[in-house]
Write a protein that binds this ligand. Structure first.
Ligand code: ZN
Length: 274
């Protein structure tokens, strides 16, 4: 133990937060890998209620606490072979897709502790899986609404065109100054109005989130586009020029390598442009 890589303050935060988590879920253990990452592993036993259906269940889970915790929330896996590998709401590396990244981030940012993260987001995810197994459908009906990154932003910005949503996300991804941008510049939604009389509130709220969320979300959206939207965005658009798309591709490759160590496989991030 010891050495320059040890972050004493972060260790204290994690140890303290784990004590609180352990009171609610005593079958979870905290350990540190030889490389210095914190991992929480064990049985998560919970009771919950979805659409009036009470659930009692237990899953064997693993949480990997990211190096920049509590700036970012932990990654979560189910390791007891109950959730099939092809379950729709898993990332490529089989970690839980707890919802649209920005929504998960904002929920976590409202209370950066392990207990609320596990009790609300992880237990909710697992309850939904239980509900699906029991009733053959998810409790909220349409999946795309709940999980779709694009759908989230369409609703949040009240914009339907994918191209315009991406323009907003590009603005947020490029903004390095938290919410201190000039409200007099033209709004990236293409309305022709200045930000201060257009999407000021939404942009300032989202601009408090880390830039990489928006870069990842642009990637998620680009990956899910249908051919028409892809042409509109990559081929003809002035909003996301090809150079920017290529730059993004480069950035994601770099990012993939950077996170590989901790995420094990890492999400497979690669672009296929027409
Ligand atoms: Zn606007």
């Amino acid at each position: 133990m010891g050495g320059p890589a040890v972050n004493k303050k972060q260790d204290d935060i994690i140890l303290c937060q784990f004590r609180e988590l352990e009171l609610a879920y005593p079958e979870l253990d905290l350990k540190k890998t030889p490389k210095g990452s914190w991992i929480i592993e064990g049985i998560l036993r919970f009771k919950s209620n979805l659409n009036g259906a009470p659930f009692k269940s237990a899953f064997k889970i693993r949480l990997i606490i990211p190096p920049n915790y509590p700036e970012m929330y932990p990654w979560v896996w189910e390791i007891g072979d109950r959730i099939p590998e092809d379950y729709e709401h898993l990332f490529t590396n089989k970690s839980f897709c707890l919802g649209a990244r920005i929504v998960v981030y904002k929920k976590f940012a409202s209370d950066r502790r392990l207990l609320p993260f596990v009790r609300n987001q992880v237990v909710e995810f697992l309850s939904q899986f239980c509900y699906l197994m029991e009733y053959g459908k998810l409790p909220w009906g349409e999946l795309s609404h709940r999980y779709g990154t694009l759908a989230h932003y369409q609703e949040f910005f009240s914009i339907t065109e994918t191209r315009k949503v991406l323009g907003m996300l590009k603005f947020l991804a490029d903004n390095r100054r938290k919410n201190k941008f000039d409200g007099r510049i033209h709004c990236p939604c293409e309305s022709g109005k200045r930000i201060k009389s257009c999407h000021d509130v939404q942009l300032r709220e989202d601009a408090l989130c880390p830039n990489h969320i928006f870069r990842n979300d642009i990637y998620t959206i680009l990956k899910g586009l249908n051919d028409d939207d892809r042409r509109d965005v990559i081929g003809n658009s002035k909003v996301i020029p090809r150079e920017y798309a290529l730059k993004l591709e480069e950035e994601f490759r770099i990012k993939t390598d950077a996170v590989k160590g901790d995420k094990k496989k890492g999400e497979q991030l690669s672009f296929n442009f027409p």
